[in-house]
Design a protein around this ligand. Structure first.
Ligand code: SAM
Length: 211
């Protein structure tokens, strides 16, 4: 685990926003399509994307639903997302500033909630998950894509340390077992987990030009 408290995500992501907009790692159509399939969207549904960043998940969902609300804590990320939406002619996504730990939406407002590669930044993941479950209607689907670590504590600590070097706002990667009990703690039914690997060179974590 990092030996310093994590930086605020807004501090880190405000400087990186433009890079996320063009990042092939984040605009990765194959894993985005897996996420959309898991959400099982239909044309009349409304989705919420939490920690939307430059909007890649919201854009992948947009053609398959009526509307997408997309929220993030970093205004610069939202600006990049709005630019990208204009460039791609996507009109059914609305971007706004919000904290995953306190979502500004009523109970049972959404058919689908997604959260991709953002949960490891949340300082209170249980609370963020409770918020996502609260805004989901009965029969709705929550789809989370996030890094994970093995159960082995030393390996998990090493990976978390590398993540904190790459991103000072990193809080914690969870193992699949931890994810399973976190989801069950929300009262939602865990329908499945789909592991996939992303291969990153070590320099991805140690490259200081991201800072
Ligand atoms: C690695 S980016 C991922 C963005 C996007 N979901 C994707 O897959 O491309 C993580 C995003 O989470 C946002 N974030 C971090 N903590 C947050 C919080 N508490 N509430 C909302 N967004 C948050 C950051 O501002 C950043 O835009």
């Amino acid at each position: 685990m990092p030996d310093r408290p994590p930086a605020r995500p807004e501090e880190v992501f405000s400087c990186r926003a433009a890079r996320y907009a063009t990042s092939k790692v984040h605009d990765d159509r194959m894993t985005l399509s897996w996420l959309v399939d898991a959400a099982a969207p239909s044309a009349e549904e409304i989705a919420l994307d939490v920690g939307t960043g430059a909007g890649h998940t919201a854009f992948a969902l947009a053609p398959r639903v009526r509307a997408v609300e997309a929220v993030d804590l970093t205004e610069e990320m939202l600006e990049e997302a709005r630019k990208l939406a204009r460039k791609r002619g996507i009109r059914n996504v609305r971007f706004s500033l919000a904290d995953a730990m306190s979502l500004p939406f009523g109970d049972r407002s959404f058919d689908i909630v997604t959260c991709r590669r953002a949960a490891h930044h949340f300082t209170d993941l249980e609370r963020a998950l409770a918020e996502m479950a609260r805004v989901l209607r009965l029969g709705g689907r929550l789809v989370i894509d996030d890094r994970s670590v093995p159960d082995d504590e030393d390996t998990a600590a090493l990976i978390n340390r590398l993540d904190a070097i790459h991103d000072p706002s990193h809080v914690k990667d969870r193992s699949p077992c931890e994810w399973s009990s976190l989801i069950q703690g929300t009262g939602l039914e865990l329908l499945g987990m789909r592991p996939y690997r992303r291969r990153m060179p070590l320099s991805h974590f140690t490259d200081m030009t991201w800072r």
